[in-house]
Design a protein around this ligand. Structure first.
Ligand code: ACO
Length: 404
């Protein structure tokens, strides 16, 4: 291998790889991803087994601490998350200041940043010496993110905020805070709670994606965990990253409203001049299939059946997948449904509004962001500071304003 550092010091040599398409930014022991063979593993465990047998909080523990917890450890972890779901009443007041039409992602990011103000000790923490406080900092954000997320939705509805019910499990509690009304408590359907749990597991980490890289980069200046995660939330908000699941549902609705002719839309997506792409198709890394999409497709079937919902958008999604997978254009370019293709159908069936889809992604991705931040700090990575190749003006003299 070429020793880039040595080459740079000796010759001023700089590599340029915009978008980091072929540049490793770190060594990592968290998530293994093989795009050619459609393999995704967290800490070595196949995503299929985790989605089938594990729970989101167990997966969070696995990603963050690197091993599957013993029963007592898992019970303690779950208990601690349950006892930190409340958000400081003064933080609650911040919600009152947001306009009702504030996007829930903007609210989520702002509230997570404000955690640093409420827990100032989390900033500048010595992660080696203050291990207990580090664990508490981690527990706090895992416990409070669903509360903040549900409240960001309630705020957008102009509804009163629901306090967490700690007798409920993680996902059931979130659903309660989202959907209970003062006069009408929400009955959590265990099938829905389990489907949501599975979706969160599938989103929990995806190695050096844009938001995880952002968390690592911000954290590399030794900014605190909460500020680093807030930056990750902002990165996720972009339509090229976490925003695609919303666009899938909008596309399926458009196909439905136009009469349901999927072939016509497949043809349109092949026409480069149309500016239209099949949303939820293709992936930078997965080139044969996205293993998460397979699991989600089955979960979508199960949830709709359990809820007795007949969503025509699911039929359109399946027809579209079938038409595209049998089309030479998509075969040649190795374009397959990605994780976002079916997730929106489940969110829609659960009653999650479209502008909350990216918030749901953030809830799922949280353990991955924490694990990436922690790994970056533990391995004592230097501050991230990319170089550039300057292409601007050469030296020139300042011209006074009246002489320009
Ligand atoms: N529909 C039609 N054609 C497509 C699509 C699509 N969804 N995706 C890629 N292509 C075509 C491109 O036009 C290009 O064709 P060409 O070789 O004839 O020029 C070829 O396939 C390769 O596409 P690129 O854009 O170069 O692939 P890249 O790896 O850069 O992009 C991406 C991957 C952004 C996911 C892309 O496939 C896409 O835009 N998909 C739709 C949006 C989407 O679903 N995003 C979610 C991604 S998953 C996630 O972030 C969680």
């Amino acid at each position: 291998a070429i020793d880039i550092a040595k080459l740079r010091d000796e010759s001023g040599f700089i590599t340029l790889d915009t978008g980091y398409k072929n540049t490793g930014a770190t060594k990592s022991a968290i998530t293994f991803l093989d795009g050619e063979n459609g393999i995704l593993r967290y800490r070595g465990y196949p995503i299929e087994q985790l989605a089938e047998h594990s729970t989101f909080l167990e997966v969070a523990f696995l990603l963050i601490y690197g091993y599957l917890p013993k029963k007592a450890e898992l019970d303690k972890f779950i208990h601690e998350v349950r006892t930190h779901t409340m958000v400081n009443e003064d933080m609650r007041k911040i919600f009152d200041g947001f306009p009702v039409n504030a996007h829930p992602m903007g609210v989520l990011s702002a509230l997570v940043t404000s955690l640093s103000a409420f827990y100032p000790k989390a900033v500048g923490l010595d992660i080696d010496k203050e291990k207990e406080y580090l664990d508490l900092t981690i527990i706090r954000i895992i416990a409070k993110l669903p509360t903040i997320a549900a409240w960001s939705y309630k705020n957008s509805q102009g509804h009163p905020l629901n306090y967490p019910k700690n007798s409920l499990d993680y996902c059931s509690n979130f659903l309660h805070m989202m959907f209970s009304l003062p006069v009408e408590p929400y009955e959590v359907n265990p099938v829905v709670a389990r489907a949501l749990d599975k979706l969160l597991i599938l989103h929990a980490d995806h190695e050096q994606n844009c938001s995880a890289s952002t968390v690592r980069l911000v954290g590399s200046s030794h900014a605190g965990l909460y500020s680093s995660i807030a930056a990750g939330i902002d990165a996720l908000w972009g339509p090229l990253h976490g925003g695609a699941n919303q666009e899938v549902i909008e596309m399926l609705q458009e196909i439905h409203d136009a009469g349901g002719n999927v072939k016509q839309f497949v043809e349109k997506a092949k026409d480069k001049n149309s500016g239209f792409r099949l949303m939820g198709f293709g992936h930078r890394v997965y080139k044969n299939f996205d293993p998460r999409a397979k699991i989600i497709k089955k979960a979508a079937d199960d949830v709709l059946k359990a809820l007795n919902i007949n969503d025509p958008l699911l039929d359109i999604a399946k027809e579209l997948e079938h038409a595209a997978l049998n089309d030479q254009y998509f075969i040649d370019r190795k374009l397959y449904p990605n994780v976002d293709f079916y997730s929106g159908i489940i969110y829609k069936a659960i009653g999650i509004p479209i502008n909350m889809f990216t918030v749901m992604f953030a809830l799922g991705r949280l353990p991955g962001w924490i694990a990436q931040w922690l790994e970056m700090r533990r391995t004592k990575e230097p501050i991230g500071r990319p170089r550039q190749i300057y292409i601007g003006e050469t030296a020139r003299d300042y011209v006074p304003v009246d002489k320009r």
